[in-house]
Design a protein around this ligand. Structure first.
Ligand code: SF4
Ligand code: SF4
Length: 115
């Protein structure tokens, strides 16, 4: 069975559009939403995302909603489907940001299939 795994040089989930991510908005507090809005640049990317390195600049102190292993437990779909839910989310993010044939998608598929 495939297990979810994050990959390096991705960050596809670091571009926010809460209007498109209704499932996330429903489990966030007002404070979280304000924080997300304050972190989001005009182009939708998090201001802490280093686009050239494709990495988080505040990784050790990133907010709770950026910590997938913990935050995922807030979703009913995760409790029901487990890693399948996380894999679907990453597939959506990576497809929409980098494309289905991107090197990030290839790396993600490799990462989840080798665990
Ligand atoms: S989209 Fe998935 S694989 Fe890419 S950085 Fe986010 S959690 Fe990791
Ligand atoms: S804080 Fe870091 S992990 Fe969270 S969205 Fe911003 S760049 Fe991504």
């Amino acid at each position: 069975m495939k297990s979810w795994s994050c990959i390096e040089n991705c960050g596809a989930c670091c571009r926010f559009d809460l209007a498109e991510r209704k499932n996330i908005s429903s489990v966030l507090s007002r404070k979280d939403i304000d924080l997300i809005n304050s972190m989001t640049r005009k182009d939708g990317w998090c201001k802490y995302f280093d686009k050239s390195k494709k990495a988080c600049m505040i990784y050790e102190s990133r907010p709770h909603f950026c910590r997938v292993s913990e935050f995922s437990k807030s979703f009913k779909a995760y409790l029901k489907k487990g890693d399948k839910f996380l894999i679907e989310c990453c597939n959506q993010h990576i497809s929409s940001i980098y494309g289905r044939k991107s090197k990030q998608m290839k790396a993600f598929k490799t990462a989840i299939s080798t665990k």
